[in-house]
Design a protein around this ligand. Structure first.
Ligand SMILES: [Zn+2]
Length: 307
């Protein structure tokens, strides 16, 4: 008899007694589940890959009394290129950790998983892994019910609170409403975060010569056929999250922020600075609003100090 088959991303693996490893698997079909897998600590095990973080595949289970045991797995994508470099690796691990920590069991988290898979694809194979991570953090926060609002001041409601970010209130604040917990953001970082939150990607993708490109190159990754929509229906649903946020977003402010972006030349180092600044802000937001600490994101940010 064939076992139960589920498409799942492995987000956590913990050693357990009797040569067992306990996995947390985010499945498209059944949400987040725990499952045991045996013998994968042995070098000879053919299922070792199935117990490693970032493994996305079709897992096969036996089920007894509501407990799942992994008996097989066909790899769809292990995002192995995400191991090429610490930024990619920590970004990828941050995605799985955020997916794990911002979702509950027994709920449909397929949209979250598609966003995470899309992010992992761009982190592993794309040119702008930090940008892909930033996009994902913003989407995951919105999916968890804590959408970042940068259009109005969280204190007084004045439009376009450019310059200050307040993690406690989840968005921009104006100079008059800022508190000692508000963080000042550089213009470039604020605009990058704004464009990410409202899915205005024009002008924020790096080009090889270090000058920003107006085309949305990073989002189109070619390599990963396995993740294409036919297979698992894995369209980038993160985009839909963004665009639903975006309805009615055509304020004058918005236009002002968008126009001219394509022609502004920002060098790659500036983009990197801005990305780190945005990730730092979103990280503080994760601790304040979502009340989770994302270790991989903290590690990524602390690496920055040693560069
Ligand atoms: Zn205000």
């Amino acid at each position: 008899m064939d076992g139960l088959k589920l498409n799942a991303l492995c987000v956590k693996a913990v050693d357990y007694k009797d040569n067992k490893t306990l996995l947390t698997l985010c499945t498209i079909e059944k949400g987040k589940i725990g499952a045991a897998i045996s013998g994968v600590k042995s070098e000879k095990s053919k299922l070792r890959f199935a117990a490693s973080l970032l493994c996305f595949g079709e897992y096969i289970f036996s089920e007894r009394g509501g407990r799942y045991t992994v008996t097989g797995c066909t790899l769809t994508d292990g995002f192995f290129e995400a191991r090429n470099g610490v930024e990619r690796l920590y970004s990828a691990l941050a995605v799985t950790e955020i997916l794990d920590k911002t979702t509950e069991e027994h709920t449909d988290i397929s949209a979250n998983i598609y966003s995470a898979l899309n992010a992992l694809k761009n982190i592993a194979y794309g040119e702008n892994p930090l940008g892909a991570l930033l996009e994902y953090t913003v989407a995951a926060s919105a999916e968890a019910g804590y959408a970042i609002d940068l259009k109005t001041c969280a204190g007084c409601g004045a439009p376009a609170a450019e310059g200050w970010f307040d993690a406690e209130t989840g968005g921009g604040v104006c100079g008059a409403c800022r508190t000692r917990n508000s963080v000042g953001m550089s213009k470039g970082a604020f605009r990058l975060l704004y464009n990410t939150v409202y899915n205005k990607k024009r002008g924020i993708e790096p080009r090889e010569n270090g000058v920003l490109n107006s085309a949305n190159s990073g989002a189109k990754t070619q390599k990963n056929d396995a993740l294409n929509s036919e297979d698992i229906g894995a369209k980038a649903q993160g985009n839909e999250v963004f665009s639903s946020e975006n309805s009615g977003a055509k304020t004058r402010r918005n236009d002002a922020l968008n126009s001219g972006n394509g022609s502004i030349e920002i060098h790659k180092n500036d983009l990197e600075d801005n990305l780190y600044e945005c990730l730092r802000v979103v990280n503080s937001y994760f601790s304040a609003c979502n009340e989770v600490r994302i270790n991989a994101l903290n590690q990524l940010l602390s690496l920055r100090f040693f560069k």
